[in-house]
Design a protein around this ligand. Structure first.
Ligand SMILES: *Cc1c(COP(=O)(O)O)cnc(C)c1O
Length: 448
């Protein structure tokens, strides 16, 4: 072991071998790597030192530390709101305006009329309230924060009545009972998994009840012998018993959706017609903006949310404010082309076929066929509701194709033992790039 310690390369010597590299960075990395070597020798994890391997490790670490880890991929899965691949895309023009706002000073918290401190939330509140027909609106970091803030503000140490059928867990470990617990609210579960009735809510109400809450069943559906209480009935009950009603919608959509998706859930505009106390949803699910939690509701309730110190921890930056504001304006102008999430959903199957054709014409030696398939909206919206799509199904070993494409940052999916590139989510300006990648894989003689 003593011997091994003596074989550890000297820092100065190593640095000399990296002449064209930044000296400070390389020496920091070298020290780290050598320290690790010492540890490994001490713990008997290694029994020889290969200097060229040590140099290679240092070189790799150097490049790794100077290369961003987050990078673009081509989403060929067909799932539009793909939580793992960044959920909603932002329109370039909308992003350009947000860039202008955030690369220069702005009136984020400055009242230009009075020449003094202003409120950062009034920018988005104006547009969101107009769009959704609510008295007021507030945005926070994400919808999870919105749920927490609402519960903490109005139901700390008080009971919140929720149906057992709606105690959801969504991806990234957001669990309604746990969020509620963390917020200080007391969960009062009512009904059963498959059936909850009005009387279940009413029987649960006591002097410590603060709120009747409904939670969207984002990633599952309950079928068969079922009953649930609609939000408008919950609103009526809440009014009768002088309680608050709150709907954690998860996702919200504005215009009527294609493929009969609007038959499964009401639009946010329909929900707002019932004049609820509070609703909240994500800024980057079907709304198609950017990560944020959008809270709509009565003016005096939003004012109370603003007085909660916790809001300071959930507050959004100017870049989010600008993006949400621009997205809301696009909705007000019915400029749905500016909402990439909706644009993808509304693209016709014929158009997707044309794009798949174009791709195949650019990849003449690819053995593949265009197929009709189905995909999902994703991101905890419209669970289990299939929407038609078009894919290129590639001949050969699906698992190997999946790996090869993934190495080139193209994420597809395997179905019926075929590797598919689904055109529902491949952006128009990515088709040529995708063809070039495919041709490169073919020319490397990828054996599949
Ligand atoms: C997605 C979702 C959330 C969390 O929203 P984020 O914006 O991801 O924080 C909360 N509740 C429901 C019902 C959801 O679907």
């Amino acid at each position: 072991m003593q011997n091994l310690f003596r074989q550890i390369p000297k820092v100065d010597k190593v640095i000399q071998k990296f002449k064209d590299y930044d000296k400070e960075i390389i020496s920091k990395i070298t020290k780290e790597v050598i320290e690790q070597l010492r540890e490994d020798i001490k713990n008997k994890k290694i029994n020889e030192i290969d200097e060229s391997r040590v140099l290679k490790i240092i070189e790799n670490k150097y490049h790794d530390i100077l290369t961003p880890s987050i990078k673009n991929v081509i989403n060929a899965t067909g799932v539009i709101i793909h939580t793992n691949l960044g959920r909603s895309l932002i329109d370039e023009e909308i992003f350009e305006r947000a860039k202008q706002i955030s690369t220069h000073y702005c009136n984020l918290e400055y009242d230009l009329d009075k020449g003094k401190r202003g409120d950062r939330y009034h920018h988005t509140a104006k547009h969101l309230s107009f769009l959704f027909g609510s008295e007021d609106a507030l945005i926070v970091n994400n919808n999870a924060a919105a749920v927490f803030l609402v519960l903490n503000t109005f139901a700390k140490n008080k009971e919140v009545v929720v149906s057992r059928g709606e105690l959801v867990e969504i991806g990234g470990s957001f669990r309604v009972p746990e969020v509620m617990n963390a917020s200080g609210a007391i969960l009062k579960e009512v009904g059963t998994t498959n059936k909850t009735h009005k009387k279940d809510y009413i029987n649960a109400i006591n002097e410590n009840t603060a709120m009747l809450m409904k939670v969207h069943k984002s990633n599952y559906s309950i079928e068969g012998f079922t009953a649930e209480v609609s939000f408008d009935e919950i609103i009526k009950m809440a009014r009768e018993y002088k309680l608050l009603d709150y709907y954690d919608l998860g996702s919200a959509y504005v215009p009527k959706l294609p493929y009969s998706l609007s038959n499964y859930e009401p639009s946010i505009l329909d929900i707002m017609k019932h004049n609820p106390s509070l609703v909240s949803f994500s800024g980057d699910k079907l709304f198609g903006g950017v990560q944020a939690g959008i809270i709509l509701g009565k003016k005096e309730l939003i004012a109370k949310l603003k007085q909660n110190q916790i809001l300071r921890m959930f507050r959004v930056d100017k870049i989010t404010i600008s993006l949400i504001e621009e997205t809301a304006i696009a909705y007000i102008k019915k400029n749905y082309d500016k909402i990439p999430t909706l644009k993808m959903l509304f693209t016709s199957v014929d158009e997707l076929k044309k794009r798949a054709d174009k791709f195949l014409s650019l990849t003449p030696s690819l053995r593949a066929e265009i197929i009709d398939t189905f995909t999902y909206v994703g991101g905890g919206t419209m669970p289990n509701k299939k929407i038609p799509s078009v894919a290129v199904a590639i001949d050969g070993n699906a698992k190997k194709w999946e790996e090869r494409f993934r190495e080139k940052l193209v994420i597809g999916r395997i179905e019926n033992e075929k590797f598919l590139l689904d055109f529902r989510t491949i952006q128009e300006d990515e088709i040529e790039k995708l063809a070039a990648i495919t041709n490169e894989l073919l020319s490397c003689g990828v054996r599949v």
